[in-house]
Design a protein around this ligand. Structure first.
Ligand SMILES: Cc1ncc(COP(=O)(O)O)c(C=O)c1O
Length: 409
């Protein structure tokens, strides 16, 4: 019999029903179940650094809490925190901005949601062009804001990057924005400054199209490609909404600190929306922002560790039979193409039909968890994503084991 504490349910909204649950959740649930049963699982699913937030950053928040920062705060964020972000963007990213261009939000995810809600209208067939594979949340966020996502598919051969011509071909009179994420989740690759300048030249021909530039992984880069912020290119600066945050570069995913740099009218709209939705980020987190943004040496040490792992993982994956993989140049992901194995039978006898059954069989037979690429769009269903936010030992053991498993197909 059901417990009397379970409430009877009523109808939920079409909006809520339209958002599909992530396929990757099934893998995460299985991993948890296996770990709870005492099995050793090597997980390559993490979307966050495996480092602790630096003590100095924690201390800034603790001191702020102790000194009484426990009340409502301005929706846009404190002037000190917004000033520190504007200063970072001017000096590190060459974006000509002031604190009036900054909105601080509960994670970059909320920044993107608020930005999309500020520029899109429901019921007007507005489109947002997104090169795919792309981060899983873009599509639901665009749709919740009333728009629809138009994919520009890319492939491993172009390191998952699209050309200005391909992007331009997707632009219609209904296009409201383009979303670009460099370095990319899930692809682990990034655009060169020349490629971004060419995209900017194309965008000059479309002055009514916004560009949301998601630069959350800008500090985690592993080749001689430099990160360029589209917002630093004066000809298109009025079209660019720069998205960033503290989650990835400073190992602060749980803090929920993201920010946007945009033209003042967009920022004002975002702040008004935020004031009605969640007021502001948590009061005592603001004090940590200026401290974190000063911590260049610590970010560099973490980047160097990720760079070693990126090289190790790529070197090992290249030994996998019949798999193509782009060299990871940014973020903390590799995105190998495993579709050769579709239609084949795994060593323990599972029929592999797609990336989901591939990941399921891999987990069952080797106790190694990866993310099937289906949720990322485009050619994603031919790929799996492995995060290298884990130790070198785990990479060596896990990636070698996957290679041995593949050799037995
Ligand atoms: C491409 C991309 N943008 C934005 C985010 C959101 O970051 P946050 O944790 O600050 O909301 C993520 C998180 O995984 C991401 O991968």
């Amino acid at each position: 019999m059901q417990s009397s504490t379970i409430l009877p349910s009523m109808e939920i909204s079409d909006r809520a029903k339209s958002i599909p649950p992530s396929i990757t959740l099934a893998i995460s649930a299985k991993v948890k179940e296996m770990k709870a049963a005492g099995k050793k699982v090597i997980a390559f699913g993490a979307g966050e650094p495996d480092f602790a937030t630096h003590q100095k950053i924690c201390d800034a928040a603790i001191d702020s809490l102790k000194s009484g920062a426990t009340h409502y705060m301005p929706s846009a964020g404190t002037p000190e925190a917004r000033g520190a972000i504007a200063n970072k963007l001017r000096t590190e990213n060459n974006i000509d901005c002031t604190q009036a261009n900054i909105s601080i939000n509960a994670g970059a995810k909320m920044s993107i949601n608020l930005a999309l809600m500020s520029i899109l209208d429901a019921g007007k067939n507005q489109e947002v062009v997104v090169p795919t594979p792309a981060w899983v949340s873009y599509k639901p966020m665009i749709e919740l804001a009333g728009g629809s996502m138009v994919e520009v598919p890319t492939t491993v051969d172009s390191q998952f990057k699209c050309s200005p011509e391909e992007l331009e071909a997707a632009i219609t009179p209904n296009t409201k924005a383009i979303m670009l994420n460099t370095p990319s989740n899930p692809c682990g690759t990034m655009y060169t400054p020349e490629e971004l300048r060419a995209i900017a030249t194309m965008l000059e021909r479309h002055p009514d199209v916004y560009i949301l530039s998601d630069e959350i992984y800008e500090r985690l880069i592993y080749s001689d490609i430099e990160h360029l912020s589209l917002g630093s290119i004066p000809q298109i600066a009025g079209q660019v909404i720069t998205i960033n945050g503290l989650s990835k570069a400073f190992a602060m995913t749980g803090w929920r600190i993201g920010y946007v740099c945009a033209p003042e009218n967009v920022v004002k709209a975002m702040n008004t929306l935020q004031s009605q939705i969640n007021t502001s980020i948590t009061s005592f987190c603001y004090a940590a922002i200026p401290i974190a943004l000063e911590m260049n040496d610590e970010v560099e040490s973490m980047r160097q560790i990720f760079a070693k792992r990126a090289a190790l993982m790529f070197e090992r994956i290249q030994k996998w039979p019949n798999v193509e993989c782009a060299q990871p140049t940014g973020a903390f992901y590799t995105f190998p193409k495993i579709s050769y194995y579709f239609g084949k039978t795994s060593p323990a006898g599972t029929e592999i039909t797609n990336a989901v059954s591939f990941a399921g069989a891999l987990l069952e037979e080797t106790k190694i968890a990866v993310v099937p690429g289906d949720d990322f769009g485009g050619c994603g269903p031919d790929h799996i994503r492995l995060s290298f936010a884990c130790s070198e030992e785990q990479i060596t053991e896990g990636v070698t084991k996957i290679g041995d498993w593949l050799a037995k197909f």
